[in-house]
Design a protein around this ligand. Structure first.
Ligand code: GRF
Length: 203
């Protein structure tokens, strides 16, 4: 059984996709972590009785520090941390504490259209402005640089006929909801390996 923590900041549709699509016999979500107290993702976690934690760079009422969060997630024996729409940069110490155990979903085909400030509609606006004919979603390992870690899986979508960035967002989100549960399940099945400096997904 893979024990995961999912980090969120907003709508939580990817959290929901993991919850609904990955068999409960393979994965348990033992924590949902957020930098925002009121968001749909937190509502969803509470509805499903998943323990929630609020994290902040400065400890304050109801928010714990990243240092405390490391201890807490280790205490819960979390195997994998999934960033699913988490908007804050993860501190280096946190990345060190969970080396090769943090993954993120990005709503474009990395290594293009990533980096600081490239989140939400800004990504899709940049893709739209570039006139690219395909976009997609990328799941990658998290290292200390924004959107830079090794790519685990990608799916592309045709956007040749789109009329707006919002339309790209809609097409990409559909793919995200397939790709992220697929990758999490592969981790649960122990089918993700790093060989020759490349990430492999075994059948
Ligand atoms: C997704 O597009 C994800 O790729 C990005 O943030 C968005 C989160 O959406 N990192 P949701 O909160 O999962 O609905």
């Amino acid at each position: 059984m893979l024990n995961i923590a999912v980090f969120v900041s907003g709508r939580g549709s990817n959290l929901r996709a993991i919850y609904e699509k990955v068999p409960k016999s393979k994965v348990v979500i033992s924590a949902v972590v957020s930098d925002k107290k009121d968001c749909k993702a937190i509502e969803f976690a509470k509805e499903k009785n998943i323990p929630v934690y609020f994290v902040s760079s400065k400890e304050k009422e109801d928010f714990i520090s990243y240092f405390k969060l490391i201890d807490e997630l280790k205490r819960l024996n979390v195997d994998l941390i999934v960033l699913a729409g988490f908007l804050k940069k993860i501190p280096d110490e946190f990345v060190d504490a969970f080396e090769n155990k943090i993954i993120n979903i990005h709503p474009a085909l990395l290594p293009s259209f990533g980096g600081k400030g490239m989140y939400g509609i800004y990504v899709h606006q940049a893709v739209f402005n570039s006139s690219a004919k395909v976009s997609g979603a990328t799941v990658h390992f998290v290292d200390k640089i924004y959107d830079n870690g090794k790519i685990i899986a990608q799916r592309a979508v045709d956007i040749e006929d789109v009329k707006s960035p919002e339309e790209i967002a809609e097409r990409v989100l559909k793919i995200e909801h397939e790709l992220l549960p697929y990758v999490v399940e592969k981790f649960a099945d122990n089918k993700i390996k790093i060989e020759n400096n490349r990430v492999l997904i075994l059948e």
